[in-house]
Design a binder for this molecule. Structure first.
Ligand SMILES: Cc1cc2nc3c(=O)[nH]c(=O)nc-3n(C[C@H](O)[C@H](O)[C@H](O)COP(=O)(O)OP(=O)(O)OC[C@H]3O[C@@H](n4cnc5c(N)ncnc54)[C@H](O)[C@@H]3O)c2cc1C
Length: 601
């Protein structure tokens, strides 16, 4: 499902040169920005205006899957249990993971991994699962108190801290102005209504084509800070000025907020190029997308597995820079499947594929559509023919390509994520390699920020941000610093996660009473029990209910997947070897077909 770009309840933002005043401006509507909006709206006074400005005109289906772990799902639960329940219901539960040699296609003996999800749930209340990328954003978006909080299609093109005189002018001479970086403690302690607007953001309207794929923020950005070639297509005709008291930069890898309001070191190119794509249940059913023989040939139960192609001898996790193709089938909802494929920039260049692509500003390839698909095929011709056939059959509009960037952890210091009334969260603060923690940490950031704000009486400002940063930096370093499979330190941190719930008994969507023996409940959704008119359940009882509900959803989904695996299923379009001509034709796609993936800066 594509989330509508038009918010019925949105203020009139379409007028050229409109000025919008907001208390909190969140720049970026990815997992971090959406989680921040949802979490903060639980702890700030309802009169505090929170607006999210998202560059993409809509959330698109492009992109692939994202690994949600115990910590990310626990953080979602802390915002509202039904977010976690929704995600558990939509997740892909591969019962095991097979590995193959990515040249011969042969399955590696002993290369089968299995995850004991129910065991994880018993130990921690949560488990890991692969999600379809858009489901994560959608679940967070749908749990916002008002969808009009997100303004789609507006890109922050310039940001500045207003000086004291400007703040004074804007606040009507109330004397509320703070210093130029908004750091004056007296102003920070003022009630929200009396605080000055400290920052001005200039937004440009994104034109059609600016839709966002998964991890889209990495797309189309240049490391010299200039907008890349894809942006040129997104001609802007209208401008919007936003004046805000507090700015949260949730604008991903190439955060403009970081660049313009904080400075500091940008993320560095990791030397890896990534392609991602997805397909629908219908395409699988009709054979329009032929699954490789590996996914069917050796037994129907393979339908319930995920599949990983790596070079001989490199093991299941060749590391962030290694060559890998992962294919998984999401088995619920719309029934999409997804793949991601990564290779080193060096190998890509050796295969004769220009990287970075011409015009991408010398930093990173950010492409989508037929060109991205053609380049991915041309750069990965080592893959077995039936695997190439799957890639070649993926609808080009669902394919993205980009370089991967990471934030060196030794550049992370107290003060590097916040200045005055500005704070960075998610990839904008700590761009992570694609090894399964980026989205989780972005959601954690948001939940912990809201918790600290709550402890400060629903305020945001230098003190809150400094306290939050002191909590987050050691945790982020512990998790991202452990890069070697099987990630012992990372797993220890994840398993020890705890996030104080931001909800309270009686909140909408929570049960107002619980059966005495709730463990016998067959609930598989977040639906409320009817009110008994008595006392509300305690926090502890609600948390237990939430976890029981999650567990029953996972049990049901695992049973469904196992049943599917047991039922022989033969796709109508049996895997075919990709004729070299197919690959060549895709590779020859006209440069004019280059698409705008839109999430970049
Ligand atoms: C290939 C790949 C695979 C990954 N796999 C995983 C995984 O398995 N598990 C995991 O946890 N993480 C994974 N990640 C990491 C994950 O994508 C990010 O870490 C996560 O999305 C961070 O969320 P975020 O909200 O901070 O940033 P983003 O998701 O990047 O969102 C930033 C948002 O800001 C918007 N934006 C950017 N600039 C502006 C602007 N100037 N004005 C307005 N809006 C703007 C963008 O359009 C975007 O919507 C992966 C990343 C990549 C690249």
């Amino acid at each position: 499902m594509v989330t509508s770009a038009v918010n019925a309840s949105a203020p009139a933002l379409d007028k050229p040169e409109a000025v919008v005043y907001t208390d909190v401006a969140i720049v970026g509507g990815g997992p971090g920005g959406l989680a921040a909006a949802a979490a903060l709206s639980r702890v700030l006074d309802p009169s505090v205006r929170i607006q999210v400005f998202e560059a993409a005109r809509a959330y698109s289906e492009a992109g692939a899957g994202v690994g949600m772990h115990i910590n990310g799902l626990m953080a979602c639960e802390a915002i509202h249990p039904s977010i976690a329940h929704t995600l558990y219901d939509k997740a892909c539960y591969s019962l095991c993971s097979y590995q193959y040699n990515d040249v011969t296609g042969q399955r590696n003996a002993g290369g089968t991994l299995a995850v004991d999800r129910l065991g994880q749930m018993d130990a921690t209340g949560h488990c890991q699962a692969l999600m379809y990328w858009n489901d994560v954003r959608e679940a967070l978006y749908e749990h916002l108190p008002d969808p009009g909080m997100v303004q789609f299609g507006w890109r922050a093109a310039a940001c500045q801290a207003l000086d004291a005189a400007e703040q004074e002018l804007l606040s009507g001479g109330t004397g509320a102005a703070a210093g130029a970086d908004g750091a004056a403690p007296a102003a920070a302690a003022l009630p929200w209504a009396q605080q000055p607007h400290r920052y001005e953001l200039r937004m440009t309207r994104q034109r059609a084509g600016g839709s966002l794929g998964g991890g889209g923020a990495a797309l189309a950005a240049a490391d010299d800070g200039k907008e890349a070639v894809a942006m040129a297509a997104a001609a802007s005709g209208e401008e919007l000025v936003v004046r805000a008291k507090v700015v949260i930069g949730a604008d991903g890898y190439f955060s403009r907020i970081r660049r313009e309001l904080l400075g500091g070191s940008p993320p560095v190119f990791s030397g890896v190029v990534m392609w991602r794509g997805s397909f629908t249940a219908e395409e699988l059913r009709t054979g329009a997308v032929p699954l490789p023989a590996a996914a069917f040939g050796a037994g129907a139960s393979d339908r319930a597995a995920s599949h990983r192609w790596t070079p001989a001898g490199s093991g299941a996790f060749p590391g962030p820079g290694g060559r890998v193709l992962l294919l998984f089938l999401a088995q619920s909802g719309d029934g999409v499947g997804a793949w991601y494929l990564q290779n080193s920039a060096k190998a890509v260049q050796e295969a004769g594929v220009e990287f970075p692509p011409a015009g991408a500003g010398g930093g990173v390839g950010g492409l989508a559509g037929p060109v991205a698909l053609a380049r991915g095929l041309a750069a990965n011709s080592h893959l077995p023919p039936d695997v190439q056939a799957l890639l070649a059959a993926t609808a080009p509009e669902r394919v993205t390509e980009h370089g991967l960037y990471v934030q060196p952890l030794d550049s992370v210091k107290q003060g590097s994520w916040t200045r005055g009334h500005v704070v960075l969260i998610g990839d904008a603060a700590h761009a992570a390699p694609p090894d399964g923690q980026g989205a989780n940490l972005a959601i954690e950031d948001a939940v912990v920020l809201a918790d600290v704000a709550r402890r400060h009486g629903g305020m945001l400002g230098p003190q809150v941000f400094a306290e939050w940063e002191a909590l987050r930096q050691p945790r982020v370093k512990d998790i991202l610093g452990d890069t070697k499979y099987p990630f012992p330190n990372r797993n220890k941190c994840i398993q020890a996660s705890y996030f104080a719930p931001l909800w309270v008994p009686g909140d909408a969507g929570l049960p107002t009473s619980l059966p005495a023996d709730a463990s016998s409940s067959s609930s598989s959704s977040s639906s409320s029990s009817s009110s008994s008119g008595g006392q509300l359940p305690s926090m502890a009882a609600l948390l237990e209910w939430s976890r029981r509900t999650s567990r029953s959803i996972v049990e049901r989904r695992l049973a469904e997947v196992a049943a599917r695996g047991a039922a022989p299923e033969q796709p109508p379009g049996q895997a075919q070897a990709a004729a070299p001509a197919v690959v060549a034709a895709a590779a020859a796609a006209a440069p004019g077909a280059r698409d705008v993936a839109g999430g970049g800066r």
